[in-house]
Design a protein around this ligand. Structure first.
Ligand code: NGQ
Ligand code: ZN
Length: 452
């Protein structure tokens, strides 16, 4: 058991001062506002609950910044994807573990205490399953365990190269499963995470490009009540191809044909009509926004103002992990809206409200729902996932409460983070994860070989 004391802390009921938090067996046992610190309390200034990166492809951290060289033809999402596939084809299970470990260390340093790993790099380099069909999931779980981050493993079902059951191409061979293989992979993956603290599992039909309607129907029961994540409507070409295939747009098709409800998370959902926005918001499903990757890949701008006005809930993910940061994702989300609408404080939710606070509340609630967590934030029963900010950071000086969040998101970024507890264990101190150095060395060795 340990006792922490915060001069101020963001609780589910709002900001409170002089908050004592008791941590036992990795969870928050008690939260008491308005009490002076007692001897033996570890004291900090400002506490926030950790956020989730609800959408990550860990292996892609290995190629961050390596696809910024212009090619012979116009560079797009689709040409980036070819580069990404070439990188994926070269990686061994140990490479994936090295890359994922550093990524999760970085996520924790940046205020993410849970990751939704949308995991589709399943098979050996020739496309044949490993002797253990969940071999790559084992590597992901080991990285999560070493770093301390809570894992929501989302094994991805991927079977086709495009809409209508088109054959996959050779570059996709490591991702491909039959429905039966996927059922075996889910069973094996459940065992992989069974003893991992804080872990849970869902499923991730990759996209309507990769999964037929029949396959979607066959795999949804394998979630067994857990989360269901799917990429949808990220690119205009994807919307056009979906209309050509079905007469429906991707989000529209899902809302009409799949049992989309609060268990579901539609990743990106960038391109929607107003009708799709309203219907999506009504389902209670979460929009899994990845603003930095969506900007990096030239996807487009999510209709966030309209979606929030319709009562929709979003969370954020780091997706390609080209740059990892909770503040960075939320800032990019708001800045995209500012550039689009040529206004300021677009997503604050009303006069006198802090934009940073509103973004933070959404990311917390959306991440919690999308990754099927029952307890939210700094409250008894929740995992003890706590982030403290450095009150002496110049961008936080003189601020209190919501203004601190604004200072973090819009002015300081990750440099404002001081300590992070993951499942009650203090893994980040002074902004550095205890494994930073060893994880970097291992990662660098792998990546030097991969880029050579
Ligand atoms: C992915 N990433 O699965 O890693 C995808 C690219 C695809 C993003 N969509 C592959 N950002 O969607 O076909
Ligand atoms: Zn993705």
């Amino acid at each position: 058991m340990s006792r922490l004391h915060f001069a101020s802390a963001l609780l589910p009921s709002g900001w409170a001062n002089d908050v004592q938090v008791v941590v036992a067996a990795g969870a928050i046992a008690a939260v008491t506002p308005g009490v002076a610190p007692t001897a033996g309390d570890e004291r900090h200034a400002i506490a926030l609950p950790g956020l989730a990166s609800l959408h990550s492809h860990a292996f892609q951290r290995g190629m961050a910044g390596l696809a910024e060289l212009r090619g012979d033809s116009t560079d797009t999402f689709w040409t980036w994807r070819e580069t990404m596939y070439r990188f994926a084809l070269a990686m061994t299970p140990d490479d994936v573990a090295a890359v994922a470990t550093l990524l999760y260390v970085e996520m924790l340093e940046q205020g993410f205490t849970r990751v939704g790993e949308f995991h589709y790099l399943h098979h050996d380099r020739d496309g044949s399953p490993y002797a253990d069909i969940a071999e790559m999931a084992v590597q992901i779980a080991q990285a999560a365990e070493a770093s301390g981050i809570a894992l929501t493993l989302l094994p991805s079902f991927y079977a086709h190269g495009s809409f209508g059951g088109a054959a996959p191409h050779a570059g996709q061979r490591r991702f491909i499963c039959s429905v039966d293989q996927f059922a075996a992979m889910m069973a094996a993956s459940r065992k992989v995470i069974a003893n991992l603290p804080g872990a849970n599992i869902g499923i991730a039909p990759h996209s309507l490009r990769a999964v037929t309607p029949d396959e979607l129907g066959a795999i949804i029961p394998l979630a067994d009540g857990g989360p269901v994540h799917i990429h949808a409507a990220e690119q205009v070409k994807e919307v056009e191809d979906c209309v050509a295939w079905s007469g429906r747009r991707p989000v529209q098709w899902l809302l009409e044909h799949a049992p989309v409800d609060q268990r579901w998370c539609l990743i990106h959902a960038t391109h929607m009509t107003n009708e799709e926005v309203a219907a999506f918001a009504r389902t209670g499903a979460v929009a899994g926004l990845c603003p930095i990757t969506e900007a990096s890949l030239g996807d487009g701008i999510f209709p966030a103002r309209e979606f929030l006005d319709a009562g929709g809930l979003f969370g954020v993910g780091t997706d390609s992990n080209v740059l990892v940061g909770a503040a960075d994702e939320l800032r990019q989300l708001e800045y995209g809206q500012r550039l689009k609408h040529r206004q300021r404080n677009v997503l604050s939710g009303g006069a006198g409200r802090s934009t940073g606070r509103t973004l933070f509340d959404h990311a917390l609630a959306g991440g919690t729902r999308a990754l099927a967590q029952t307890a939210v934030g700094l409250a008894p029963g929740a995992r003890a996932d706590i982030v403290t900010l450095d009150a002496a950071h110049p961008s936080l000086a003189g601020r209190a409460h919501d203004a601190v969040i604004d200072g973090w998101i819009f002015a300081a970024g990750g440099t404002a983070i001081d300590c992070v507890w993951a499942g009650g264990s203090k893994v980040v101190e002074g902004g550095r994860h205890r494994l930073r150095q060893t994880a970097r060395e291992r990662f660098n060795t792998v990546v030097r070989r991969l880029v050579a």
